[in-house]
Each structure stands twice: as C-alpha cells, then as structure tokens.
Design a protein around this ligand. Structure first.
Ligand code: SOE
Length: 377
C-alpha cells in the first residue's frame, strides 16, 4: 500500500471552530484509513501571542498573523476558514484563485449574492469546496438519511426542527461580533437555523416557499471594553414555516433565549409509514416509529447508532460505546479529504451553502415584509 499523500492545511481562526477543526485534522488518520494525511501546516490569527499559543496547543507547525500571506504561500494546499462571517467571501475567493481547496464555516456568506460568487469562484478554479455543516455527519443523521432514501418512513409530510441555546439571556452580555450585523450578517438565523435548514435540505429536499418572523428581545447591549451601550441589529430568535418542493411542510424555530437548552438541536420528521426524531444532546440515538409494528406494541424505538451498519460509527469504537460532538468534525474532514483524493466534490458544498443562504435570506425578507416569499435559486 502506498503512503498517504500529505495535504498541507492553512487554517484561519483559532477559537471554537479552530479548535474543533484542528482536532479533526489531527485525529482523522487515528480513526480512518485514508490516502490523504492532513498536515497542520499553518494557523492564522491577528493577535500574535494568542495565535502562537493556539498553534502550540493544537499542534500546528507554524503560524501567521495575516491571512493574505497564508494564501500567497506555496506550501499550503487547503484553506480552512473559521473567521467571523464577513471575511468568508474575500478569503474563499482569494483561496480559490490561488488554487487551494477550501472548507468554510457556516453560514457561507453574508447574503446569497456573496454566496453565489464564492461557489462560482471555487467552481471556476476547479478546487474542492465544502461548507462545515458538521451535524450532517453524526452517524444517526447519516442513518436517518439512509432510512428516508430507502422509503422506510414513506412519503414525508412534516419536518419540525428546533435549534435552541440560552447563552445570550443575560442583558449584560456584551455586543460580541455574533450580534453585529455588519460582521455576522444575521443573528440566530445564520448561526443556528442555518444548521436546521441544512439538515432539512439533506434529509427531505429543497425548500420552495417560506414565511418568517424574527425577534430581538434585548435591543441594546454593552459595547465590549467600553462604558457605553449600542443597538443590537440582529435577531435573538427566529421562526419560519416552509413548503418543500416534494410537498413536505416545515416548521423551524431557532433561539438564543431557550432557557435550559445549551445546544438543543432537534429534528422530527413524519412520513406516511413512520417517523424519525433526533436530538443533538443525545446524538448517538435515533428514535424511529414504524406504522407496521405489531398493533399494541407500536411506539418510538431507540436505535443506538453505534453499530458498524451506521455510517462512520464503525471507524471508532465497538458497538454501544458512542462518539461525541468533535467526531462529527472528523467525519466532515474525512469527506473533505476524500473529495480532495478523488476530485469528486463532497456534500455539503458551496452550492449547498448558497442554497441554504437563499433560504435564510428569504426568511429574513419575509420577516421584514410580513409576507410569504417564494424561494428562487
Ligand atoms: C453558536 O453558539 C454556535 O457555536 C454555532 O456557531 C455553531 O455553529 C453551533 O454548532 C454551536 O453553537
């Protein structure tokens, strides 16, 4: 067997997602036999002391303080973008033009026009492109996809998705970048509902029409490092109704004010022959209801998605041992490196990021106009 090809990664951003992605590159060869070996070549951050500390801690060979310098370098094959959202497009387009493969955090862009430009730039450069919707890569979600595609729950009527967190409920919590529209594009919509839209698109199909409502509960917050207050110009909570092209009906809710929900990413799908339920806070299990179970014994059964038949699960531990949040990123990076090795673009791609963004923009437009909006791609 030939030795794995080394692919040198340059990653921009070193906080929450930087940590998750670093760990995934590091541990990928530990669990998977791949013909690509990621090299943690260079990590980028503007603050030299902090980025140096992150490089040492996460195992990167070097660091830079300017992402442009990273893209100019000849010893980088992949650009991994984990910056605040307003920088995604500029970095991704520069990376594509320099012939680097790209993986970008979600939401792909600030708005759909920008997302389209990113997708077209990556396509034109013929590089592999992926958006980091990690929850798709939970074995239970991958197995749900297989069950749906195999017709086990029949025709889909309902998709009900909630993504609830509660880290923003303190009125003294400062105006961080995730609360500034010119940096993040939108609030809970792009940060949390983008994940639910991705799962729904993956499992059920394309959305053709939406109605949205948004709310900002705390309208002014302390400016970081200052004594002053400033307006919050993004949503704290969002709800949307959706019609899917295949006739399914969707109800989506996302909030940072769902007291007690730390990372409550949940989904229920009802079909003509059965239903599925998934909850990220219990991520290794999938609830399945089947109409053709014996009458009197019907009910939601709990499937522990830790068997070798469950996608990705077999790469880790013997059945019943379970995996965690970080492994969804290893699985994502596995799909990404496989794409690089085969030159077949994996999913979710920048096209998925663009389509997701079109839905997000339509929800936002619907909320501001108070009208139902057709989603056109
Ligand atoms: C927000 O709190 C956040 O970190 C999101 O940005 C991530 O996408 C989500 O997976 C966890 O929560």
């Amino acid at each position: 067997m030939s030795l794995p090809r080394k692919v040198r990664v340059g990653m921009i951003g070193y906080k929450f997602m930087g940590k998750a992605h670093s760990h995934a590159y590091r541990d990928l060869p530990f669990y998977f036999d791949t013909d690509i070996e990621p090299v943690l070549q260079t990590i980028v951050g503007r603050d030299e002391a902090n980025v140096k500390r992150a490089a040492d801690k996460f195992g990167w060979l070097s660091y830079e303080t300017d992402w442009r310098r990273l893209i100019e370098r000849g010893d980088i094959d992949v650009i991994d973008i984990g910056t605040p959202n307003h920088l995604h497009a500029e970095i991704a387009i520069a990376a594509a033009q320099a012939g680097k493969h790209i993986i970008c955090e979600k939401p792909l862009a600030m708005h759909k026009e920008q997302a389209l430009t990113m997708w077209k730039a990556a396509q034109k450069a013929n590089v592999i492109h992926m958006i980091s919707h990690n929850y798709r890569f939970a074995p239970a979600i991958q197995y749900a996809k297989k069950l749906i595609d195999d017709g086990v729950i029949g025709d889909i009527y309902h998709v009900r998705a909630q993504y609830l967190q509660d880290w923003l409920m303190d009125a003294d919590f400062p105006l961080v970048w995730r609360l500034k529209k010119d940096i993040c594009g939108s609030g809970t919509l792009g940060d949390l509902m983008a994940h639910s839209i991705d799962l729904a698109r993956f499992l059920v199909g394309e959305i053709k029409e939406v109605t949205g409502m948004m709310e900002t509960f705390i309208k002014k917050r302390p400016v970081e490092g200052e004594q002053s207050m400033a307006d919050v110009d993004v949503d704290d909570a969002v709800a949307a109704l959706a019609k899917f092209e295949n006739g399914a009906f969707g109800v989506f809710e996302a909030s940072r004010f769902g007291k007690g929900n730390r990372n409550g990413n949940r989904l229920e799908i009802n079909g003509s022959k059965g239903s599925l339920r998934w909850d990220m806070e219990n991520m290794n299990t999938l609830q399945l209801y089947l109409d053709n179970d014996v009458f009197g014994m019907q009910g939601f059964r709990t499937i522990h998605c830790t068997e070798s038949v469950h996608p990705y699960a077999g790469a880790y531990w013997p059945a019943g041992h379970g995996i965690g949040y970080e492994h969804t990123f290893i699985n994502l990076i596995h799909a990404f490196t496989k794409g690089i090795s085969t030159h077949v673009n994996p999913s979710p791609s920048f096209e998925d990021g663009y389509r997701n963004q079109v839905v997000l923009d339509a929800i936002s437009k619907s909320a501001s106009k108070g009208a139902r909006i057709k989603v056109t791609y």
